[in-house]
Design a protein around this ligand. Sequence first.
Ligand code: AMP
Ligand code: MG
Length: 334
Amino acid sequence: MRRTASALLCLALLLALAGCAPQAETSTVFAMDTVMTLTAYGDRACVDDAVSLIQELEARLSVTAADSDIARVNGSGGGDAAPETAALLKRALELCKLTGGALDVTVYPLVRAWGFTTGAYRVPEDAEIAELLTYVDHTAVKLDGQTVSLPAGAMLDLGAVAKGWTGDKIAALWREAGVKSGLINLGGNVQTVGGKPDGSDWVVGIRDPFSEGLLGAVSARDLAVITSGGYQRYFEQDGVRYCHIIDPKTGRPADSGLASVTVVGEEGVLCDGLSTALYVLGPEEAVRLWRENTGFDLVLVTDGGEVILTEGIEGRFTPMGAYTDKEIKVMRRG
Ligand code: AMP
Ligand code: MG
């Protein structure tokens, strides 16, 4: 009798515990040209709100949708943008400056000429590249409150920062709503809210740029883990691979000796802007920029397959697969 009572008590306890354990609520959406998966523990409405937010931001920021804020501004040399669009443009312009123009929100005429937004890939003639480069200059973009003005021929593209920004907005929304555990995966741009429901850190995989597998994983809590790489979008012509990240100095796909750049930090938009810019700048400049700034750490993979970490991430990075036996270089500030 006593045994039955204690068994019942155990069962009741288990049921109570199961009731307490927050349930994973997830949604998968296709937006901003990628598959996005959102997981929040214990709050369905938060996931639904995040999907609406993604759709709203995409409608405003898309460079191809004819009625987006960005397309409107591009079509008329400026105009008023929604507060959210203006706020992102402001932060993006700061990042263009921080990276010495390796990130440049006005590189769009070249991105388009190479076919990266249309899918009509082509290698433009030298003269065409030279002509389009005359429109590339982030310092010529004027932003006064919500009013944008662009010089004739200039066009904006916030594609290099939009996902990081969107992740920041979702994370803020979830934290405000009391979500303790969430994972925002915007097509490889990952942002974590808190840790896992069991209290441990999230483990975010980093793609091996040379295979379908992973090169390692980063443990993360309330951090963004954002990767740019030549393998993500590219086309090949006459045996040459052309990637979607354009060097604003040359007007050609970046070829700086890096196969991928992962930036880890609290601010997603910073990590997103930097991942694109550092891919353009190459390993030495990337490490220099890291030494001169705070708020982020790096996992760089060179074209030769060398892995370079910055010291802040050393204890949180675990190499995987072929990378377990490789020597990993750790850069220090001093
Ligand atoms: P990401 O995937 O974050 O590295 O961003 C790449 C996207 O940003 C490209 O698909 C282009 O739309 C745009 N882009 C390419 N090169 C640059 C650049 N140097 N600066 C700013 N945006 C760029
Ligand atoms: Mg980026």
